[in-house]
Design a protein around this ligand. Structure first.
Ligand code: PGA
Length: 241
């Protein structure tokens, strides 16, 4: 895994945006895997600005997001579909029909997961996947466990994740306790991966990912086995390395 340690969140976001821009320049009809959460917001802001000044063009790009809460409506401001529309898709020249987020309203989650995985394969697979890392070492909603599911699946969220993300909901009771998420193999099928980490609260997870055992107790640790992963983090997140 390549490791790039940046001064701060801003530099991390700019470095990541430059790599995404390179991917789009090399392959204008590329498939991007996207992530939500607080970490990639700066990356998306940089991409919006780069498109505004004519440095990149999203018109040929297809996207697949990692995950979505279940159940949740796309109109719910905490849904990942809402987040992506607000933070990126409505602000760049992307064809919204080519943007994909698992359907948090489906009444058949297993069928939806199967459909989602198939759509990724039919699009030719993901060229570049953006990831965040959870404080508990999760990637997507692949939570620490005794074993990890390979493909897109429905999963229960751990108490740590419910606690970490309930700050965005009016109360913990309002937060969905399940999610639809790409699996570890869905993520591994991406040809390139960028994982972002910022703030001291991620330092333990970053250290476990890079230097402890490769174990499903830290799903991100499996990224050490992928041939093309770049960690871009700020000094705070790297402080235990
Ligand atoms: P965050 O979430 O960017 O909001 O810290 C990252 C994650 O849980 O994967």
């Amino acid at each position: 895994m390549r490791v790039i340690i940046c001064e701060d969140y801003n530099e991390m976001s700019v470095r990541a945006a430059k790599l995404v821009a390179c991917q789009i320049a090399i392959k204008p009809n590329c498939v991007l895997g996207l992530a939500t959460g607080s970490t990639p917001i700066g990356l998306y802001e940089n991409l919006i600005e780069m498109e505004r000044v004519g440095e990149i063009d999203f018109s040929g790009v297809t996207t697949f997001n990692l995950d979505e809460y279940y159940p949740i409506s796309p109109e719910n401001e905490q849904s990942y579909r809402y987040f992506m529309n607000k933070r990126l898709f409505s602000k760049v020249n992307i064809d919204i029909e080519r943007t994909h987020v698992p359907n948090g309203m489906t009444d058949d989650p297993e069928a939806e997961c199967e459909r989602y995985e198939k759509m990724i394969d039919e699009a030719g697979g993901i060229d570049l996947q953006i990831l965040g890392i959870g404080q508990n070492g999760h990637i997507g909603f692949n939570e620490p466990d005794k074993e990890l599911a390979p493909y897109t699946h429905i999963t229960d969220l751990t108490p740590e994740t419910i606690f970490a993300n309930s700050r965005y909901f009016e109360s913990e009771a309002e937060m969905p306790k399940q999610a639809l998420t790409m699996g570890v193999e869905s993520i591994f099928k991406a040809r390139k991966i960028i994982i972002l980490a910022s703030e001291g609260r991620k330092a333990e997870a970053v250290k476990s990912m890079l230097s402890d055992k490769i174990t499903p107790k830290c799903p991100a640790s499996f990224l050490r086995l992928h041939p093309d992963v770049t960690l871009i983090c700020d000094k705070q997140a790297a402080r235990l390395l």
